[in-house]
Design a protein around this ligand. Structure first.
Ligand code: CLR
Length: 430
């Protein structure tokens, strides 16, 4: 037997398995929330936060009106908005070009952080969230595997790629800013369409920060260095998310490059993570104007040729105003629960959380009492576990070690999509 033939069989089987996972999504993504506008009380952040300097997010008790009707699990699912970049990456024959699109994917998730100065619901231990898009050919799954510290283990898959990792953030309120540092590594396995061997990419996310709290103009900024590595070829993409600073012109800026195995520049990349990212083939030199859409430099640079024009790699989806809680159209699709999906979804799913649902429907008082109730129930369960000397064991993930990078990661046991419609009795866990 040729190994390639075996691999093809596995992929065909995988495609079939993915198709069964699409059950419940027949009605297509939701277009709007039940409610047309949120009429949450507008309270200054500083007034309530000033007594909490030095605290991390898990130790802050804030009124539910500081929340948005998403959970941290769904905020990880937001990474899926621009997976078409991964499909494009797989279709490119040149490995540095694949890396370019993977880099753009890694940067694309930050666009939806704009205007979202609100706290997502803290997932309960064992809470799960699934999201499938038959129209895009992928499905996503995440489980809250630890409560202290809060950790979510995620696994998304499509014919041409798997994307997985853990969401585990350190957060701290410094007074001037509220910083969120993601700790986990994200892994991407890409199967090039030309039949080349599967590639492994990894990267870590940059810092998210709420600034402007004291001045009453809170904004989310994202900054730091991101290095996306293709471990299979040794090529690297470096992206620098610049801190917002004082000048409006530096806001949202990202600039970087794709380097070949010898560390030589291949592509210049840049733009704004809230709008557009461009790239330009610049072998051996760097285009420092790339973030402005690649204005062709007046003078020749190094050995490079100016014939290679900049082109658009990624563009942010339209962001209509007036969606409650400043959500994006993609986020609006996340918490939808049509009857067909309700019939097959696991009882532990976020979509079944009554507090978050109440928040989404504008019933803030009910949201607050339900939030207390489910959290109290979680505490009781923990005490019972402790009394019996037991510890929580995640249902769908277990710890493993990546053979390539040597890092620990959460291995998805792949049972979820087959078992979800029969887990326990189909009664919501919450
Ligand atoms: C950033 C991308 C990571 C996953 C992730 C985890 C925590 C999220 C963060 C993202 C974005 C910013 C965030 C944060 C939790 C709290 C914080 C939503 C999605 C908000 C802006 C803090 C609000 C401040 C309150 C005091 C109101 O992969």
């Amino acid at each position: 037997e040729k190994p390639e033939a075996v691999e093809e069989d596995v992929l065909a089987g995988k495609a079939a398995e993915i198709a069964t996972g699409f059950r419940g999504y027949e009605d297509g993504p939701r277009k709007k929330l039940a409610m047309d506008e949120d009429n949450r009380p507008r309270i200054g952040l500083w007034g309530i936060l000033k007594s909490m300097i030095g605290k991390d997010m898990t130790k802050m008790t804030l009124p539910v009106s500081f929340n948005e009707p998403t959970s941290l699990l769904q905020r990880v699912a937001e990474d899926m908005e621009y997976t078409d970049l991964l499909d494009i990456a797989a279709d490119r024959t040149d490995s540095t070009e694949r890396l370019l699109y993977v880099g753009a994917f890694a940067a694309s998730e930050y666009a939806s952080t704009i205007g979202r100065v609100a706290k997502p619901f803290n997932p309960l231990l064992g809470e799960t969230y699934e999201y499938a898009r038959p129209d895009k050919g992928y499905r996503f799954f995440i489980e809250q595997v630890s409560h202290h510290p809060p950790i979510g283990a995620a696994f998304a898959e499509s014919k041409k790629w798997d994307y997985y990792g853990e969401s585990n953030v350190n957060s701290k309120f410094y007074g001037k800013s509220f910083d969120i540092n993601p700790l986990g590594t994200w892994f991407l396995r890409l199967r090039p369409s030309n039949g080349g061997k599967e590639e492994l990419y990894t990267w870590k996310k940059v810092t998210s920060s709420v600034i402007g709290i004291i001045t009453g103009n809170p904004t989310v900024d994202n900054y730091g260095l991101m290095e996306i590595k293709n471990h299979t070829t040794g090529e690297i993409c470096q992206l620098n998310f610049k801190p917002r600073g004082w000048k409006a012109s530096s806001a949202y800026q990202v600039a970087g490059k794709v380097l070949d195995v010898n560390g030589r520049v291949r592509w210049s990349v840049g733009g704004r993570w809230n709008d557009k990212i461009y790239a330009r083939l610049t072998p051996g030199w760097e285009d420092n104007e790339i973030d402005k859409g690649g204005a062709v430099p007046k003078h020749g640079h190094g050995t490079g040729s100016d014939d290679n024009k900049a082109f658009l790699v990624w563009q942010c989806h339209e962001r209509p105003t007036g969606i409650p809680f400043n959500l994006t159209p993609f986020v609006v699709t996340l918490n939808a629960l049509p009857d067909k999906l309700r019939a097959v979804i696991a009882p532990t799913d976020t979509r079944l959380r009554p507090d978050q649902r109440a928040m989404e429907d504008g019933e803030y008082d009910f949201a607050a009492t339900e939030k207390n109730r489910v959290e109290e129930k979680q505490r009781k369960k923990r005490r019972e576990r402790e009394a019996k000397g037991e510890s929580f064991v995640p249902r769908w993930f277990s710890k493993g070690r990546c053979e390539v990078t040597g890092e620990e990661y959460w291995v998805f046991n792949r049972e979820y999509w087959l078992a979800r419609h029969e887990v326990a009795e189909k009664k919501a866990e919450w």
